[in-house]
Design a protein around this ligand. Structure first.
Ligand SMILES: Nc1ncnc2c1ncn2[C@@H]1O[C@H](COP(=O)(O)OP(=O)(O)O)[C@@H](O)[C@H]1O
Ligand SMILES: [Mg+2]
Length: 210
């Protein structure tokens, strides 16, 4: 059975495409068959990134395609283990539709109240619209320090939604890697790759418990 994981958020620039690429790369490395659906048709972030990756002769991360809707992305996916949906830049009417079609919904969020509050409100809206809390996970993204991470976790756990283990620290090397078609687990620094992989593995664990 194909498991569908989506990355959505209330705000743009929080790390949806970054985490979607990282997950695709790690899942592909663990011999899962992966399809990535880029639903951000205006920016086509993942499609463009994958083109850069292939141009530089790095290993493909699976099949990458652009779609307008989650329903279109779900056509003919039975021979894939994993469908990864990279959602539109910010929340829209399509977000609920994406969440309904997904087994796991991940919302990356930064550490500031300006990021956390709208992120929590979006999950409240999805929950009110019938998406079970057990499907909804926050991923802490663009974090500055360990103490910032701890404070965010403590705050988010009280909401009753899932909070993935680990986080993605804000590091120029993650940006640089992605500029070259690489993922956040493929930077030049083993320690950064390991940190990113902890977060990705917590997504893989959530998939395995499906
Ligand atoms: N942890 C991070 N450290 C540094 N730069 C990051 C990090 N996460 C994302 N970025 C950069 O921030 C920008 C927005 O990230 P992206 O994943 O495209 O966000 P979204 O898909 O949610 O709009 C990209 O240029 C990306 O390379
Ligand atoms: Mg994006």
């Amino acid at each position: 059975m194909t498991i569908c994981i989506s990355f959505i958020s209330q705000k743009g620039g929080v790390g949806k495409s970054t985490l979607a690429r990282g997950l695709a790369r790690e899942a592909n490395n663990q011999e899962l068959t992966v399809k990535v659906a880029d639903l951000d048709t205006q920016q086509g972030t993942i499609v463009n990134w994958h083109r850069r990756r292939l141009d530089l002769n790095y290993k493909p991360i699976g099949s990458v395609e652009s779609f307008k809707t989650a329903e279109q992305a779900l056509q003919n996916i039975s021979h894939y283990d994993l469908l990864i949906i990279d959602g539109p830049a910010r929340a829209s009417k399509a977000t609920l539709d994406i969440a309904r079609q997904s087994d796991i919904v991940i919302q990356p969020t930064g550490a500031s109240m300006d990021d956390l509050e709208p992120a929590i409100l979006l999950f409240h809206e999805l929950f009110k619209a019938g998406i079970p809390k057990s499907k909804l996970f926050f991923a802490l993204s663009r974090i500055g320090t360990d103490s910032e991470l701890d404070a965010c976790k403590t705050y988010l756990i009280q909401t009753g939604y899932g909070v993935l283990a680990g986080c993605l620290f804000e590091k120029p090397s993650y940006r640089q890697a992605q500029n070259l078609g690489l993922s956040i687990t493929e930077t030049s620094y083993q320690s950064l790759n390991k940190k990113a992989d902890e977060l990705i593995q917590s997504i893989v664990d959530a998939i395995k418990s499906e």
